[in-house]
Design a protein around this ligand. Structure first.
Ligand SMILES: [Zn+2]
Length: 393
């Protein structure tokens, strides 16, 4: 337990773009008031990650892929899955959650590979972990089914009912140039509509302009009136399609209330990857354009220490930094992509520091966002209910 005093104060913290005095007492913020001069610390809400894979995390040491790219990574993972018993999944996901906790996360959505009509073991193991961690991190599960399985009229309905029985669980599919893609996606939307489920897709994760599952999802989201309940992860192919077509579909996506999750580390690692050749394309969906069109654009860690991305961490600031550099983002303007926006999409409070709110926030020893980006080793402190839970980060 922490031995923090009940009352604490910091004289100069940057909150909401200005320097402020911040005080909290018994775990609740009591004072935020402007003061003159530069800040010593920058404060941000505790982050939320909308897209991780706790079932496959931390397997890289035993299944390095034999080639570069997405499909070699899938093969390497499948070879490892024979080892995925309850103890193994629990151990690896537990390591991830400990790290996420230290780095300040308050909620995560984890996709879970679901490749047979029956629920995978990882689904129930992560369900147990969600209960064990519920007072620390909200863990949502999203079924990641091949579209050919969840869009199959024989298998899909059973899977959707199983997902719907779990409160807060989400339905999803891996969509990439499938045969009969439109009909299969229509069935997925009909199942979501029937069970009142939220949808979260892995879609068009490649650099072939013919991959246009995103467009079908956007029109179905409009037709089924699912604004705010359909997230598209990846959508890398939008990066290589003609400008006018992309502008059109992004506008439709904004109108339909579809959100976009960009996964900067995994996309940069897997896209345009060939041995001995420097990648020319970064695999990022056009996130500036999506946001300008009115879409919510979120950032996620995606893969950590698995064949899809052998490195990485459960650290929202690392993901933010990678995205800022790779996509020329303004760091202050895009901090919502790791905080308030994913919070809203996961049904959580925005978590902004304000008077009367729980004293949950992260502090970074820098006067402003340029200062944060200039110093990757700047001290960080994570406060939960007013107590500093930081360890050496
Ligand atoms: Zn993913």
């Amino acid at each position: 337990m922490s031995s923090e005093p009940a009352e604490q104060a910091l004289a100069r913290v940057r909150i909401g773009g200005r320097t402020q005095r911040l005080e909290w007492r018994a775990g609740v913020i009591t004072v935020i008031e402007p003061v003159a001069g530069p800040a010593d610390w920058l404060a941000l809400p505790l982050p939320v990650d909308p897209h991780v894979h706790l079932d496959k995390t931390h397997i890289i040491s035993r299944c390095a892929p034999q080639a570069t790219g997405l499909f070699a990574a899938i093969e390497a993972q499948h070879a490892d899955m024979a080892r995925w018993d309850g103890a193994d999944i629990r151990h690896r996901a537990g390591l991830a959650l400990e790290e996420a906790w230290r780095n300040g996360f308050r909620a995560l959505r984890s996709h879970v590979d679901w490749t047979t009509p029956e629920a995978p073991l990882a689904w129930s193991v992560l369900g147990e972990l969600a209960v064990e961690w519920r007072d620390r991190i909200v863990i949502q599960r999203a079924a990641l089914c091949p579209l050919d399985l969840i869009g199959d009229p024989d298998a899909g309905p059973g899977i959707a009912s199983a997902v719907a029985r779990m409160p807060g669980a989400v339905l999803g599919a891996f969509v990439y140039r499938n045969e009969g893609l439109d009909e299969k996606l229509d069935r997925v939307f009909a199942l979501a509509d029937h069970h009142d489920l939220t949808l979260d897709f892995h879609v068009d994760e490649g650099l072939e302009p013919e991959a246009q599952g995103f467009d079908t999802i956007v029109s179905l989201a409009a037709r089924y009136r699912m604004a705010g309940r359909v997230l598209c992860g990846h959508a890398c192919a939008l990066a290589v399609r003609p400008h006018d077509a992309v502008a059109r579909v992004l506008e439709q996506a904004a109108k339909a209330g579809v959100g976009l999750t960009v996964l900067p580390t995994t996309n940069a690692w897997l896209q345009d990857a060939q041995p001995g050749r420097t990648p020319r394309l970064r695999g990022l969906a056009p996130l500036h354009e999506a946001r300008a069109a009115g879409m919510d654009v979120l950032l996620g860690a995606d893969n950590v220490a698995d064949p899809f991305f052998p490195y990485g961490s459960y650290d929202a600031l690392d993901i933010h930094r990678q995205a800022v550099i790779a996509a020329h983002l303004d760091p202050a303007e895009w901090v919502d992509a790791i905080t308030t926006l994913p919070a809203r999409w996961l049904g959580q409070e925005p978590g902004l520091p304000e008077i009367g709110a729980r004293a949950d926030f992260m502090l970074i020893r820098a006067p402003d966002w340029p200062g944060v980006l200039q110093n990757p080793r700047a001290e960080r402190r994570v406060f939960r209910a007013g107590s500093d839970i930081s360890t050496s980060l």
